[in-house]
Design a protein around this ligand. Sequence first.
Ligand SMILES: [Zn+2]
Length: 442
Amino acid sequence: MGKWLLTIVTALWAAAAFATEPAAILIRHALIFDGHVDTPYAGEVLVVGTLIRRVSHGAMPVEPSLHPEVIDAGGRLLTPGFIDAHVHMGSVLTSGEMAGADPAYVAALEFKGAQAALMRGFTTQRDTGGAIWGLKRAIDEGLVPGPRVYLAGAVLSQTGGHGDDRAYEDVHKRLGGPLSPAERRGEAVLADGVPEVLAAAREQLRKGASFIKVMASGGAGSEYDPLDVSEYTSEELRAAVEVAAGFGTYVTVHSYNATSTRRAIEAGVRCIEHGHLVDAATLRLMAERDVFLSTNLVVYEIAPPGTTPRQMPKFAQIQAAIDPMMKLVRASHVKLAFGTDLVSGLEPQTRQNHEFVLRGKWFTPVEVLKQATSVNAELLARSGARNPYPGKLGVIEEGAYADLLLIDGDPLQDLSVLEHPEASLALIMKDGRIYRDNTAQH
Ligand SMILES: [Zn+2]
């Protein structure tokens, strides 16, 4: 009899355990930058499970039944988790090193890189080219810590375009040669003509891409295409846009110069990556058509490892264009995403947070923080029906994903505080889960 009673009690207890609320965390005494405000306000945030349940100005009354774990922010700045709009999480070695690397070794580096990005405060990243389907799955399933990932999969490149990494003497696949190294690794597809572009775009969406990335101009990291080169015809660009639209998402293009950028805008792309050589009229067109500019500065400070003599002058050309370009961007009111594009190893990626400081030359700290949070989130939302995380991101609002940072020091006065995230990020939370909590140590 006693045994039966115990069984029943255990069953009831189990049912009750299922019925209770998920874990609650109350962050008290914070100074809240919610992704939108110009001046942060004193307030509190209640997280339940993976979401922000409530945000208050001043103190929040909390129902005792929630039994929240309390974190005292001690007046620190609370921000949404950072978003990087342009990364390559699979670019963990130089392309030369990648050639002989065992896939398990590459995967180990990817895991380490993903964790490091999260610990720098980046709770979401938009991967603009790379075969990191397995990495994204492992992060989403909680196997390894890392940011949420929006991914493009393989980039589409014309023959001789920015995604064509063959050696000079390599024979083209259509003439009996092998796939290019980047094609073998699933990082790029050489697609020429409308039928090949259609197939290549569909292939990425079939694998689960959140958006499509097309190489529309010459680039710094490739050998045979100067920056003034426009890549892909209007018909080819439109083909990619139509495939993406059929899947409810969008195309973004790698594009440096004004001609290639205008051609892409006319074809219906929704975002321009880089854009360093565009003119004022093209930026105005982008603002009018609500096309995002997803630029990056930090990657041009130091040329990535493996940069060749043919690529060096292109890096210099972009470096020289940064100041005039950023002044035009500021005047144009184009929507400016925050991205870094650091490639060819985990060491270059450690400079990710330096992008905040560089932008401080043309934008106020609060403008830069908006770019890295709510503005980037607006770009991510363009994935529409293919958005893998359709809730609110980049903001501290009721119902948003609980991706939160508590910052020691005042980045709204001095962005360089963010350059040392191991010291300045007192709390790192993604999806309501705490990855670092140093709040009690000060
Ligand atoms: Zn890139």
